[in-house]
Design a protein around this ligand. Sequence first.
Ligand SMILES: C[S@@+](CC[C@H](N)C(=O)[O-])C[C@H]1O[C@@H](n2cnc3c(N)ncnc32)[C@H](O)[C@@H]1O
Length: 241
Amino acid sequence: MGKKNSLKSALSSHQSRLQKKQHAVHAAQAAQQKDKITGQSSKRKSTHSAPVATATVPFKPTHKILLIGEGNFSFAHALVFDPPPTLQYLPAASVTATAYDTEEECYTKYSSAKDVVRNLREKGVEIIFGVDATKLEKHAVLKSRKFDRIVWNFPHAGKGITDQDRNILSNQMLLLGFLRSAAQILSAGPVPVIHTQRQRKKAEDDDAPEVSEGEGEDLESAQTRGTVLITLRNVPPYTLW
Ligand SMILES: C[S@@+](CC[C@H](N)C(=O)[O-])C[C@H]1O[C@@H](n2cnc3c(N)ncnc32)[C@H](O)[C@@H]1O
């Protein structure tokens, strides 16, 4: 129970940090857009210490995106209903959002999920419950499909293992199983060249704000190999899997 509560509060503070970051990025983008329209310099006086950075958006509107292990489907909702400017034209039908839980379990755990899922379905997002991240290539609906991005935000086996080493091992095994499985339903093609611009910028100026990964892709129009994206909390024990 205590373990569940601490996971829940860690998850909710993680989500609130993400939300704050997203708002800051949107505000910075809106300011940059305004500068473009008014012809002003983008070197505005900052009222806070955070640099005006371009958001890292690892998706393109042409991508087929598979979301794994969604809890309350809030990420899918944000992606489709509140996308960054570069994803304004991402078709909802290009997003497949999945949960490990059954539909019933999901609605019991998360009070908002029923409405969120209904909205997503109405918009055209494909929702699938009961999807095991380690058996994607065996799933009746997913096995014959290919995705450009397979995303698992904040993976956690959630087995309630109190022994730290066994807990870490269990999550490492889960991620290994996920990567093995995801590889089989990723789009084929040449390996995308990413980070080119970021590396060049970093070399020039180590304090430079980060540059969007998408801007560095050389094979802009070509069909490149799909990518797996995993987000983790940047504190132990999460950094250990
Ligand atoms: C910490 S929660 C993160 C939920 C959501 N992605 C988020 O960022 O809010 C971990 C999620 O992984 C899911 N999960 C655990 N084992 C899984 C598996 N084998 N396959 C798919 N999802 C799994 C859980 O059901 C839970 O929703």
